[in-house]
Write a protein that binds this ligand. Structure first.
Ligand code: GRF
Length: 208
């Protein structure tokens, strides 16, 4: 059984997709052992509570410095004894010590086909605004391992989504979530939990 801890900041629809996939058996070999939010008002915390998953809030706002937050945040994560950490819409920069300690055991969902529309400043609606502005006809989502860079880690899964003529950033964001994010995030967790994912020289291989 893989102990999975999910880090969230907002609505938690990706968290919900993971919870549902564990319940339906689409994800096997996983125990969702905790949810941590940096935002006490995140609806994701309510979703965790409704599903009986231990949850807590650790916010940079409650600490005098970022260094102090980083130490307490890593302690909170460690206490949940994760084998895998899932960033599901988590908007706080991961402390370098955590990346080092959990190398190739932290994954993130990003709402574009990396390396397009990723890196510093590309989060939330901004990603979809930029895609529409550039006029791309295909967008999508990526699940990747987290390294020291922003959206630079080894790519695990990607799924493409078509852009439609009348799309607004909001409509496109919703389609990317429904058609890509909520599918590939649970899938990636299932594959990792069942030993199907290996990383060598920054390249992921998947045994299907
Ligand atoms: C998603 O678009 C995810 O890709 C991004 O933040 C959003 C989180 O949404 N990193 P939710 O909290 O899972 O509903």
């Amino acid at each position: 059984m893989l102990n999975v801890v999910v880090l969230v900041s907002g609505g938690g629809t990706n968290l919900q997709a993971v919870i549902d996939a564990v319940e339906s058996g689409e994800i096997t070999n996983v125990k969702l052992s905790g949810v941590i939010s940096n935002n006490k008002n995140a609806y994701a915390l309510k979703r965790a509570e409704l599903s009986g998953i231990e949850s807590r809030c650790v916010s940079p706002k409650d600490f005098a410095s970022r260094e102090e937050f980083n130490v307490k945040f890593l302690e909170a994560v460690d206490e949940m004894k994760p084998d895998l950490i899932v960033l599901a819409g988590f908007l706080v920069v991961i402390p370098p010590a955590m990346i080092e300690k959990y190398r190739n055991r932290i994954i993130n969902i990003h709402p574009s086909l990396i390396p397009a529309f990723c890196g510093t400043g590309y989060y939330g609606l901004k990603v979809h605004e930029a895609a529409l502005k550039r006029g791309v006809k295909v967008v999508g989502a990526t699940v990747h391992f987290v390294d020291e860079g922003t959206d630079t880690g080894p790519i695990i899964l990607q799924k493409a989504v078509e852009v439609c003529k009348e799309d607004t950033p909001e409509i496109l964001q919703k389609r990317v979530m429904e058609q890509a994010e909520w599918k590939i995030l649970p899938r990636a967790i299932h594959l990792i939990a069942n030993g199907k994912v290996t990383v060598e020289d920054g390249i992921v291989s998947i045994e299907e």
